[in-house]
Design a binder for this molecule. Structure first.
Ligand SMILES: Nc1ncnc2c1ncn2[C@@H]1O[C@H](COP(=O)(O)OP(=O)(O)O)[C@@H](O)[C@H]1O
Ligand SMILES: [Mg+2]
Length: 425
């Protein structure tokens, strides 16, 4: 069976790597992919939102399954587009239709959804340019810090956490009146700040039944000790020690089940991943956000721990048989470290040659912002360049394996965090 993966990050490299291990997969294509996916699959030079070309490609190459790694394709309706074409209807798309993708595509939608179905989340109100004055009044009586979120997709940059009314008012104005994030900030969610430690929980669901995947914790700040600017993610650890049986039972009954029931009540069909961003407030899980695909770099930490055949898992979704699927998980810890370009997350260097990729390495390696030149050199081509994942019996053991590999792979200005998992030990 031929599979098309949509995206170009470490996540998509990890998905291709995992699916390639399945005896059911014949050819794997990645659109647009990177230098890493080129080594194990076939890259296809089509943009993730060019549905017309993707559909034509899927038809020409007898694609039976499309795995959508990237949120923009889902929010823009790739699943609906494929479903709307008679000759592509048979394709299993892993990723929800536009209606379900609103869980990620609109923070206002997801907050309303959580409120409606009694899913624990921070208290909030939504404002638009028309209700800007009411927004200011709301901010005046609010406690600080407060959380302001642009409603739409903002590439992980749409959330600010001001410490004072003055800062918050200026931010609200920039978002609503100054269109700081364009149309994405035409609505702004203002919500209560929750104090706690975050964890990402992942399920694969057909909208009714689900399989719980290994959880992970990611590290968003550029600096060690969680300092400095936010990034797309500098590393991840799986499993997360505080997500024990008691905590996860609360997640299942208070969050996952009502989320699936809510989707059914809203008549929203769903097939794909739900990534639930949680915060643990004194042992109680609250939802920070939903995403409708896997996380990056969490995927690079959780897929190496999944021993089951990923294709068979997707097939169980297709057959509405997730309830009977027994996911085999490696009990060891995975530690993923992201190697990034100099300057990232600000203006960063590109086009530096990466050395050390041809020597024996201990850890798994997933490429992200890389490109292959005609003379077969691998150059940096993004801020987050590649991820290394170590496995071990403890966090330090897994981390040591990842670091050993990280040290061997270099280019001008290569940077990474040495303290991933520091708060979990
Ligand atoms: N209510 C909240 N309380 C505390 N921190 C929050 C809250 N909402 C978001 N955050 C912080 O901001 C980050 C980004 O928010 P999130 O809703 O995940 O937006 P996105 O991932 O789309 O940028 C979270 O990972 C968390 O660290
Ligand atoms: Mg988030």
């Amino acid at each position: 069976m031929n599979i098309l993966i949509i995206g170009s990050g470490g996540r998509e490299h990890a998905l291709a790597w995992k699916l390639k291990q399945s005896e059911y997969c014949e050819r794997i294509f990645v659109a647009p992919g990177n230098a890493g996916t080129a080594q194990i699959a076939t890259n296809v030079d089509i943009s993730i939102t060019n549905f017309e070309e993707l559909a034509k490609f899927a038809d020409d190459f007898s694609i039976m399954m499309v795995v959508v790694g990237q949120e923009a394709a889902l929010v823009n309706g790739i699943h609906d587009y494929f479903q709307g074409l008679d000759y592509l209807k048979h394709i299993l798309v892993i990723g929800p239709c536009k209606a379900g993708a609103q869980l990620e595509g609109s923070k206002d939608f997801s907050k309303r959804f959580m409120q409606q179905y009694n899913i624990p989340t921070a208290r909030y109100q939504t404002f638009t340019a028309d209700s800007f004055e009411q927004g200011l009044t709301y901010l005046q009586s609010h406690s600080y810090p407060v959380v302001l979120k642009a409603d739409g997709l903002a590439a992980g940059k749409g959330v600010v956490i001001p410490n004072s009314y003055e800062e918050a008012a200026a931010e609200l104005q920039a978002m609503l009146q100054g269109q700081k994030f364009g149309a994405a900030s035409s609505k702004v969610v203002i919500e209560e700040f929750l104090q706690g430690i975050e964890v990402s929980v992942f399920i694969l669901t057909d909208g009714k039944e689900y399989v719980l995947l290994p959880e992970a914790k990611d590290y968003k700040r550029i600096g060690e000790g969680d300092t400095g600017l936010n990034t797309g993610g500098m590393g991840a650890i799986s499993p997360v020690p505080f997500a024990d049986e008691v905590f996860m039972e609360k997640v299942r009954t208070r969050i996952i089940q009502p989320t699936l029931q809510g989707l059914q009540s809203e008549n929203i069909p769903y097939s794909g991943f739900i990534f639930i961003g949680l915060i643990n407030v004194n042992g109680e899980p609250y939802v920070i956000e939903y995403n409708v695909r896997l996380g990056d770099p969490e995927t690079e930490a959780i897929l190496p721990r999944i021993q089951s055949d990923l294709f068979e898992l997707f097939k169980a979704l297709h057959d509405h048989d997730l309830q009977n699927f027994r996911l085999e998980v490696d009990p060891r810890t995975a530690a993923t470290i992201m190697l990034v370009a100099e300057g990232y997350p600000g203006n960063y260097r590109k086009g530096d040659e990466i050395s050390g990729l041809d020597q024996p390495i201990e850890a798994l390696l997933f490429q992200a912002g890389t490109t292959l030149t005609e003379d077969k050199k691998i150059l940096t081509n993004g801020g987050r360049v590649l991820a290394v994942t170590g496995l071990g019996n403890t966090i330090p053991e897994a981390l040591q394996q990842a670091r050993q590999t990280a040290e061997k792979i270099t280019w001008f200005g290569r940077n990474y965090r040495r303290d991933i998992g520091f708060d979990l030990q």
